[in-house]
Ligand binder design. Structure first.
Ligand code: CA
Length: 495
């Protein structure tokens, strides 16, 4: 099979509430081949650097990018997921299993400074950060990072107030508020929410500072060598100068001569904001299709009143399919988290059907959907393994979408000769069940399609290549051609 005939997919290999037992890198290493057998071609690992909350840090509260679980800092050597050595072992095992490994990298901010500094700051209106900042005042801020546990190993770079743009609090009993460090300005090429969304949390890294830029490039090369990762999932890119990100990635690509696939988290439901970012960065990375996730969420929470005709309207998957990473949920949207916008369970399988069986976008499966979130009593999406299997056996060829009804939405794939037995019909509803006549291709005239998921009776394709497929209330159906002997033999030898 050629590369084009393998439908790649990514696993987000963690959820927020994994046990903080330091065992995750070992678990993934042990299961590397099993994950590849499930059809994954890429794995997004959680952020590996030591966070301010030590062993309990999910990794986004980054303290020291050079401590991947190697130094006694923040009360622990290992991170929530294990040691630096186990991280590199895990990546080696995943790559040996044929998986592309994407490291989650947080460049926007730092937390857990080692020492406070007395500096001049200017208060900023958090809701309108473009308004002129207030009078400069002296304050004690946590902006000095000396990494005493690391003792300059790998890099002697000390981070202090000169390397940050702003902080969100100071001591001395003042109210929690946002401050711009005196003499600094927010980066101009960031998201426009709150006037300027450079600042997200902690000490905001001044990526436009020349020394910071040089240090982050050094770190990137060090990290790629140390970890063995193939690319990146870049955190919080809407809060980071777009031109910095483009320069950083291209410097690493040039220095390593590697493709370094990258996908950015630009959390905005407005497609035009995502497209503006892609254009500012010269399309140097893919982005998660947040608008599509928003549609899935809305459909799942609208009690059957969502207009399914608009499911793909204004999504990145429709406008820039080659740069769209599709997903249903992630560690931030899961219940209890900062961007909680969980797709309700009854609609999950349908949402996965769209991203795994449709033609556009590179799908990412969430750990919490594949294995459940036990701490919240949330079970796995039971149809997910079957949908992943169907992605590999059936989701090929021309696509015909049927988004012409407010509640019944479907599509078909015509299949390809290169993958015997491929082709499918998909139908779902956010309300009452029903049926829809859809074209699967004249090549299937007279053939029978069986219902793999959804429990509906088989459908015989008419001489024009159409079938009338059906779906139950609030359900999803997937039909595939009944395989002949040759297809069964081919699958046996290609599984
Ligand atoms: Ca920032």
């Amino acid at each position: 099979m050629t590369r084009d005939e393998i439908n790649g997919m990514m696993l987000q290999a963690f959820q927020w509430e994994l046990p903080a037992d330091g065992g995750h890198w070992r678990l993934l290493k042990k299961n590397a081949r099993a994950l590849a057998r499930l059809g994954f071609t890429a794995i997004w690992l959680p952020p590996a650097a030591k966070g301010a909350s030590g062993k309990n840090d999910v990794g986004y509260g980054v303290y020291d990018l050079y401590d991947l679980g190697e130094f006694d800092q923040k009360g622990t050597v290992a991170t929530k997921y294990g040691t630096a050595e186990e991280y590199a072992d895990c990546i080696r095992a995943l790559r040996r299993a044929g998986l592309l490994v994407l490291a989650d990298v947080v460049l926007n901010h730092r937390l857990g400074a080692d020492e406070p500094e007395r500096v001049r700051v200017r208060p900023v209106d958090p809701g309108n950060r473009l308004a002129p900042p207030g009078q400069a005042q002296e304050a004690e801020v946590y902006t000095r990072f000396t990494f005493p546990g690391r003792k300059d190993r790998y890099s002697p770079f000390v981070w202090d107030h000169r390397r940050f743009t702003g902080v969100d609090t100071s001591t001395q009993g003042q109210q929690r508020s946002l401050f711009l460090l005196d003499g600094k300005q927010w980066a101009a090429d960031v998201d426009g929410e709150n006037g300027n969304f450079d600042y997200l949390m902690g000490a905001d890294v001044d990526v436009c500072d020349a020394e910071v830029g040089a240090e982050l490039r050094r770190w990137g090369l060090w990290f790629l060598k140390k970890s063995g990762a193939d690319g990146f999932r870049l955190d919080a890119v809407k809060h980071i100068s777009a031109s910095f990100l483009a320069g950083w990635l291209s410097a690493l690509r040039e220095a390593t001569g590697r493709e370094l696939f990258a996908v950015g988290e630009y959390w905005n439901y407005d497609r035009s904001a995502l497209e503006a970012f892609l254009s500012r960065t010269g399309n140097c990375m893919s982005l998660f299709d947040v608008p599509l996730h928003g549609h899935f969420r809305e459909a799942s929470h609208s009690g059957g009143t969502y207009d399914m005709r608009g499911l793909f309207a204004d999504t990145l998957t429709d406008s820039r399919p080659e740069l769209s990473v599709t997903f249903v949920d992630n560690h931030d949207t899961q219940p209890g988290q900062s961007l909680e916008s969980w797709v309700d369970g009854w609609f999950k399988a349908a949402a996965y059907g769209f991203i795994l069986l449709g033609r556009s976008g590179f799908p990412c499966v969430f750990w919490g959907d594949l294995y459940g979130i036990p701490s919240r009593g949330i079970g796995a999406v039971s149809q997910l393994p079957a949908l992943m299997r169907l992605r590999r056996t059936s989701a090929f060829g021309e696509e015909h979408r049927y988004l012409d009804n407010p509640s019944l939405a479907g599509f078909t794939r015509e299949g390809t000769g290169a993958v015997p037995g491929s082709g499918l019909a998909f139908l779902c509803t956010d309300a009452q069940g029903g049926e829809k006549r859809m074209y699967v291709g004249r090549a299937f005239a007279g053939r029978v399609f069986r219902c793999d998921l959804g429990g509906r009776p088989p459908v015989t394709i008419d001489p024009e290549g159409f079938g009338t497929f059906s779906v139950a209330d609030g359900g999803m159906s997937v039909y595939t051609p009944v395989p002949g002997l040759l297809t069964r033999l081919w699958r046996f030898f290609h599984r």
